[in-house]
Design a protein around this ligand. Sequence first.
Ligand code: NAP
Length: 332
Amino acid sequence: MSRKYHVAIVGATGAVGVEMIKTLEKRNFPVSKLTLLASARSAGKQLPFRGEPVTIQELREDSFAGVDIALFSAGGSISKKFAPHAVQAGAVVVDNSSVFRMDENVPLVVPEINGEDIRRHRGIIANPNCTTAITLMALNPLHQAFGVKRLFAATYQAVSGTGAQAIEELRAQVGDIVAERTPQAKVYPHQIAFNVLPHVDSFLDTGYTKEEMKMQNEGRRILHLPDFKASVTCVRVPVYRAHSVAVNAEFEKPVSVEAARAVLSKAPGIKLVDDPAHNQYPLPLNCAGQDDCQVGRIRLDCALENGLAFWVAGDQLLKGAALNAVQIAELI
Ligand SMILES: NC(=O)c1ccc[n+]([C@@H]2O[C@H](COP(=O)([O-])OP(=O)(O)OC[C@H]3O[C@@H](n4cnc5c(N)ncnc54)[C@H](OP(=O)(O)O)[C@@H]3O)[C@@H](O)[C@H]2O)c1
C-alpha cells in the first residue's frame, strides 16, 4: 500500500490556506489526516475537506505531533516562531512567507525550475514570492534557450495577494462608490477601487520596495544565476485574483519571436496565449482558478539588444502559493 501523510496547514482560514485545502483535494494528495491550524479567533470553526468537516485548532507549539508535512501560510512572524517547532516534531515545513527565502540552508523552489534543490533541505523548504514565481515560469524556459542577463518589469498585482481582508476592502469600496458613499481605506494607504497604487510592501532606502527586490534576490537563487539583475516596479490593481507582469528581458544569445513561442509552447505549467489579431492574450480573469500561468504579447524588444517583451499572468494564490507548495510536498 502506498504511504499516506499527516498534513498540517498553518493559516488554514486565510486566502492561501483555503486554496491549499482545495489543492490537496484536487491533486488527490495522499493525506491520512489533515490538521487545520489558525489563530484563536478561528478555533472551533470548521472547513470541509473531501466532503467532511475538519475542525480548526488554535496554533500552538505542540500542534505538530505526528505531522509529516506542515504547509505554513500565516505570515512571517508565525513561520519564524512555529516552523522550528514543526521541524523539531519531525515534520518537513513548506513555508509561504518570506522569512526563510534568502537562508542558504533553506531551498527556495519552483518545482518546474529547480525541483532538484529540495534534496538539500534541512526541514524547511521555502515557497517563492508569488510575482517572482509567475514571472519565472515564463522566463526560465526562455533563459534555458537564450541565457537571460537582466530584466525590467512592471507588475499588476491582485488584492488577494494581500490576503482575505484586502479582497473584502475592494468589495466594500466598490459598493460604497456605487452607492455614492465615501470609501474607507484600511488595508492599503489609499483607495484601491478604481485606482492603481505603485506601492507593494514596504519601501527600502534605495527607493525600491521589498517586493520589487524579490524578483532579483529570489530569481538569483531559483535560476542559480548569481549575476541576474531585475529592476521592477510593483503595482497593486483593483483585480480580485491573479497577478500580471509586463516583462522586458535581455538575453545573451540572439532571440526571435518564433523561437520564443516554440520554447514557451512546450514549457510545463505555462500556456501560450498569443494571438493579438484575435484579441487573445493572457488576462487575470482567465487565469483565476487555473493552475497554469499564461504568456503572450511576445515581441522583439525595440530598446534592448537580444531583448524580448512579453506579458505573463497567473493565479498567485495557486502557482504563487498553494499549488507551488503542494507540488513541493509531492516532491518531498
Ligand atoms: N495571498 C497571496 O497571494 C500569497 C502568495 C504567496 C505567499 N503568501 C503568504 O502567505 C501567508 C498568508 O497569506 P494570506 O494572503 O493567506 O493571508 P490572510 O488571508 O490574511 O490569512 C492569514 C492566515 O494566518 C492566520 N493567522 C493570523 N494570525 C495568526 C496567529 N497568531 N496564529 C495562527 N494563525 C494566525 C489567520 O487565521 P485567522 O483566520 O484565525 O485570523 C489566517 O488563516 C503570508 O505569509 C503571505 O505573505 C500569500
